[in-house]
Each structure stands twice: as structure tokens, then as C-alpha cells.
Design a binder for this molecule. Structure first.
Ligand code: CDM
Ligand code: ATP
Length: 304
């Protein structure tokens, strides 16, 4: 998360997306969630959130598209603008836990596509917990904020860690920061349609990954030994997502014809990414992709 304080009554946060370079489904739990093992990296696509203290007790959110800065239209991706938005839910949770009734105006500028497996809503929620804690001088520790985050969603605590890479376990909230000092170049494509995370988990099966696979992948990425990563990368949600959305198969077919270091779907999809050898290759792969596939195409790096 990148943040700045232009003046003390306002906080601006740049909330990054994430990629899962490894995601194994280890066990279905009695609470309906799944125990997972995941290597998450934050990458350079950002939503921007501006939080301003409000003298009333109101919490007001406006959502705009990055390209137009116009309010979201009905035909756009369905990002809720009211109480259902994860940003508002995060602020409400903080109010309920601390008893504060202070108000906030929030402007959310969306760049991270929703229903993509890129964690956009989760990152926005993490930004809201962080900013409201600062603006309202609540004094919650990072650990306390991560505890609240886990009540809202499994991916949110990751975005409240200092580290830009982590192995996440449990339902995603148990975080082991790792260091990946290499600059990795990604092409990310999100087709026109998305997928609901709950729908994909409903169709998934417990996977069988080999011992220490996530640790070996992390070590090879960290040391720049990229020849093995395509065999170590894994996403147990990809097969059920492919059943639900054929655009993912089209992207898989496209990436399998490029000489990228590895390629896979991120999280519960539908975004699909390739790990490229360098920036030039990433730009070439993205240019060809833009002329073939409808949707969003990004060239990004991991955040160091
Ligand atoms: C696919 C990932 O993005 C990988 O990082 C995450 O596991 C999903 O995390 P998330 O979007 O924060 O998901 P949540 O909002 O916590 O849960 C949405 C739904 O996904 C399912 N879910 C989620 C996480 C998990 N470990 N097991 C699950 O079964 C549950 O049905 C849940 O109702
Ligand atoms: N601030 C927000 N940004 C995006 N979506 C939001 C937000 N708040 C609520 N939502 C709802 O949450 C749903 C999933 O959004 P999100 O972008 O987090 O999904 P995702 O890409 O599947 O993320 P993840 O990788 O965490 O599963 C959307 O369909 C949208 O209706």
C-alpha cells in the first residue's frame, strides 16, 4: 500500500492488486471455507482511494472509473456504491468495534477489474481500515487491523502486511512474509466476463501438490532461477474456473504459444497471467493479446 497525507484531514491510498503464483486447496473446513496454501505477490495496478474526514457522522462513498473519472454508469462492472461495498463494510466494522461515530467521505477510483482474482475489493478494504484508523486517531495496531480484516474477507490481511510477498495459509489470513527481491515482469489479461469467488470454490476439489512445492517456487523466484517455475506454479481453482468460463481456456491456449517463463490463472479468476523474461517480451505479448482478446490487458511488475 502506498499512502500520502496531503493535509491532516485527508489520506490518499494507492491500493495494489495481487497475483497468486501458487494456490493449493488443501482441505474443506467445517465452516464452509477451505484451507489453502498460496504464494501472493502484490503488483503494480492500483485503485486510488481518497479519504476525507467529514464533520457529520455520515460515511459517503463515490466510485469512478479511472479512465473517465465520471461516476460509475449502470452498464459498468457492478461495483456496489453503498453499504455492500467492501470499503464501506470495512469502515462500518471499525466503527462497530471501536464505538466511534465519526464521518468520512471516500472517493474510490477503480483500475483493478473486479471478479478477476486480483484482490481489488480486498485491497480497497485494507486501505479503508488503514486510513480510517489514521484519520480517526483510533490507535489500532497493525495486528489488530489484520484481525478485523480477516473478519471481512480471507485476502484482506495480506494487504495490511509490510511485505509485498507472502505465503498465506489457513483460509488465507495466516501470513508468512517472504522476500522476492527479483523484478518480475507480468502480462495480465482479464477477459470481458468475471467469476464469483464463491462459485469457483463451490466447484473445487482438494488438490495434491508435492512436498515443499510452494517453498521451492518461492526460493527459485527469489534467486532468479526461472527455468523451473512453470512446473512449480499451481492453481487448484483453475480447472473449476475453466468449466465455468471458457474465456480462461482461450487465454491458456494463447499463453501456451508464447515463450513465457510460466502462465496461470490468478486466484479464482478470470484474470490470467504470464511471467515474462523481461519488459520487452511482456510488451510484445501484451500487444498481440490486445489485438486478439477483448477485455483488460496490463503489463506490470511485482512491487519490491
Ligand atoms: C481465491 C483467493 O483470492 C486466493 O487468494 C482467495 O482464497 C479468496 O479470498 P476472498 O476473495 O477474500 O474470499 P472471501 O470473501 O473470504 O470468501 C468468499 C467465498 O469464497 C469461499 N472461500 C474463500 C476463501 C477460502 N479460503 N475458502 C473458501 O471456500 C467461501 O465460499 C466464501 O464465502
Ligand atoms: N471496492 C470493491 N471493489 C471491487 N468489488 C467490490 C468492492 N466492494 C464490493 N465488491 C464486490 O465484490 C465482488 C468481488 O470483487 P473483487 O474485485 O474483490 O473480486 P476478486 O477479483 O474475485 O478478488 P479476489 O481475488 O479477492 O477473490 C465484486 O463482484 C463486487 O460486487
Amino acid at each position: 500500500m502506498l499512502f500520502s497525507y496531503p493535509h491532516s484531514r485527508s489520506v490518499t491510498v494507492h491500493a495494489p492488486a495481487k497475483l497468486n503464483l501458487f494456490l493449493s486447496i488443501d482441505k474443506k473446513r467445517p465452516d464452509g471455507f477451505h484451507d489453502i496454501t498460496s504464494l501472493m505477490l502484490s503488483v503494480g495496478i492500483y485503485d486510488t482511494l481518497v479519504f476525507t474526514e467529514d464533520p457529520s457522522t455520515e460515511v459517503a462513498l463515490s466510485v469512478a472509473e479511472a479512465n473517465s473519472l465520471q461516476p460509475q454508469r449502470d452498464t459498468d462492472q457492478q461495483i456496489p456504491t453503498g453499504e455492500d461495498n467492501l470499503v464501506v463494510r470495512a469502515v462500518r466494522l471499525l466503527q462497530a468495534k471501536t464505538g466511534t461515530q465519526r464521518g468520512l467521505r471516500i472517493q474510490l477510483i477503480k483500475r483493478i477489474p473486479a471478479e478477476a482474482g486480483l484482490g481489488g475489493g480486498s485491497s480497497d478494504a485494507a486501505a479503508a481500515l488503514f486510513a480510517a484508523n489514521q484519520l480517526w486517531h483510533l490507535g489500532l495496531s497493525p495486528e489488530e487491523l489484520r484481525g478485523l480484516a480477516a473478519e471481512l474477507g480471507s485476502d484482506i490481511p495480506f494487504f495490511l502486511t509490510e511485505s509485498n510477498a507472502a505465503i498465506c495459509r489457513g483460509r488465507g489470513e495466516l501470513i508468512e512474509p517472504v522476500s522476492i527481491p527479483q523484478c518480475l515482469h507480468f502480462v495480465i489479461a482479464r477477459p470481458q466476463s468475471g467469476l464469483s469467488t464463491a462459485d469457483v470454490y463451490r466447484q473445487c476439489r482438494v488438490g495434491t501438490h508435492s512436498n515443499n512445492q510452494v517453498e521451492r517456487l518461492t526460493r527459485d523466484l527469489a534467486s532468479g532461477q526461472f527455468h523451473s517455475i512453470s512446473h512449480l506454479m499451481l492453481n487448484d481453482l483453475q480447472a473449476p474456473a475453466e468449466q465455468l468460463n471458457s474465456d480462461i481456456l482461450i487465454l491458456k491456449d494463447y499463453f501456451s504459444k508464447q515463450s513465457v517463463l510460466g502462465h496461470m490463472m490468478s486466484g479464482s479468476g478470470t484474470a490470467y497471467f504470464g511471467v515474462c523474461q523481461n519488459r520487452a517480451q511482456a510488451s510484445q505479448v501484451a500487444a498481440r493479446l490486445r489485438s486478439t482478446v477483448k477485455g483488460h490487458v496490463f503489463v506490470v511488475q511485482n512491487r519490491l
